[in-house]
Write a protein that binds this ligand. Structure first.
Ligand code: NAD
Ligand code: UDP
Ligand code: UDP
Length: 314
């Protein structure tokens, strides 16, 4: 009799999803990876294709999906501003229709369901660092709204399915995460700065570089995902997951230049609309409920990420 846990990962060919698939396979689960390759790549999971416990399905989660699973990790959604603003209507659809379909699937199969929410639900925060109890300051009609409001609506759906249909839900709010398999051209700050530094091109800081972010290395984050899925049933979240060590974009640029030994110069470009000025997670709840804290420091994680990106430089 097959008693392996069957786990569905939507967005499994993406940056975070592919690392999660690796971890679940290592843990002995049967993994069904669902992705439409909008921003994900087969390359990210090609090393798993021969594994008998791994199955890959090309599918768009805005359409219904009927499969039998024990756990669902719902990650499908483009994450970088450049990608999610490419087709904003589709971004809202992935977040809302994708969530409804996966929640419907969880309801029918009684699967536990995890949602990859985001620090973007806090918008441009007036509270710093951001605890889960802060309700955010989000522009409903701006160019980031398809993502921010889409993720907020997905959280609403998760909690309504929890209250109305007694689903076992696990919602985490992910703060900026980086590492190998990030898309080299996705326009996010870590990939941009590393690619620019390796190619000897100018490093493009948007604004004056004093805006802050806190960056979590992917391995730390995936550990939090697993702890969250395995947490007691009264732990629904939302729980912030991220690294609370905060850096300005200028500090990040300088660190990348130093670690790559690059001769790149820093240039300044306008700050995009609605770009949050600071962001840092309050992770007290993650420590208390999951016993989780990130352990990988920025320099260590950047070094691994720089190694990965070298293959894209000719
Ligand atoms: P990613 O773009 O690398 O991965 C997203 C994956 O979803 C891709 O493989 C893409 O092809 C797939 N996808 C998109 N639309 C789909 C659809 N309609 N049907 C099926 N698959 C679809 O991004 P990521 O960084 O791995 O992010 C994964 C999740 O984590 C996203 O939900 C994102 O919002 C969330 N998140 C990420 C970060 C971060 O810093 N990386 C921060 C906050 C939240
Ligand atoms: N759904 C799905 N797979 C399933 C069950 C449901 O994709 O195994 C989708 C289906 O398209 C449905 C949605 O999930 O519209 C929400 O399901 P729910 O049972 O909550 O609502 P209803 O079927 O009543 O619309
Ligand atoms: N950013 C930058 N240069 C770049 C790309 C991004 O200065 O080449 C800035 C961006 O304006 C933002 C921060 O870096 O203030 C983080 O941007 P990213 O797109 O990585 O993530 P998010 O804004 O979603 O946190």
């Amino acid at each position: 009799m097959n008693i392996k846990k069957k786990v569905l990962v939507t967005g499994g060919a993406g940056f975070l999803g592919s690392h999660l698939c690796d971890k679940l396979i290592q843990m002995g689960c049967e993994v069904l990876c669902v992705d439409n390759y909008f921003t994900g790549r087969r390359d990210n999971i090609s090393h798993l294709l021969d594994n008998p416990n791994f199955e890959l399905l090309r599918h768009d989660v805005t359409f219904p999906l009927y499969v039998e699973v024990d756990e669902i990790y719902n990650l499908a959604c483009p994450a970088s501003p450049v990608h999610y603003q490419f087709d904003p209507v589709q971004t809202t659809k992935v977040n809302v229709l994708g969530a409804i379909n996966m929640l419907g699937l969880a309801k029918r199969t009684k699967a536990k369901i995890f949602q990859a929410s985001t620090s973007e639900v806090y918008g441009n925060p007036s509270v710093h660092p951001q605890p889960e109890s802060y309700h955010g300051d989000v522009n409903p009609i701006g160019i980031r709204s398809c993502y921010d409001e889409g993720k907020r609506c997905a959280e609403t759906l998760f909690f309504d399915y929890y209250r109305q249909h007694k689903l076992d839900i696990k919602v985490v709010r992910i703060f900026n995460t980086y590492g190998p398999r990030m898309h080299p051209n996705d326009g996010r700050v870590v990939s941009n700065f590393i690619m620019q530094a390796l190619a000897g091109e100018d490093i493009t800081i948007y604004g004056d570089g004093s805006q802050t972010r806190s960056f979590c290395f992917v391995d730390d984050l995936i550990n939090a995902f697993i702890l969250m899925m395995d947490s007691a049933s009264d732990v629904t979240g939302p729980i912030n997951v991220g690294n609370p060590t905060e850096f300005t974009m200028k500090e990040l640029a300088e660190c990348v230049i130093r670690l790559t030994g690059s001769s790149s110069k820093i240039t300044y470009q306008p700050l995009p609309q609605d770009d949050p000025l600071q962001r840092k997670p309050d992770i007290v709840l993650a420590k208390e409920k999951l016993g989780w804290t990130p352990t990988i420091e920025l320099e260590q994680g950047l070094t691994k990420t720089i190694e990965y990106f070298k293959q894209y430089i000719r």
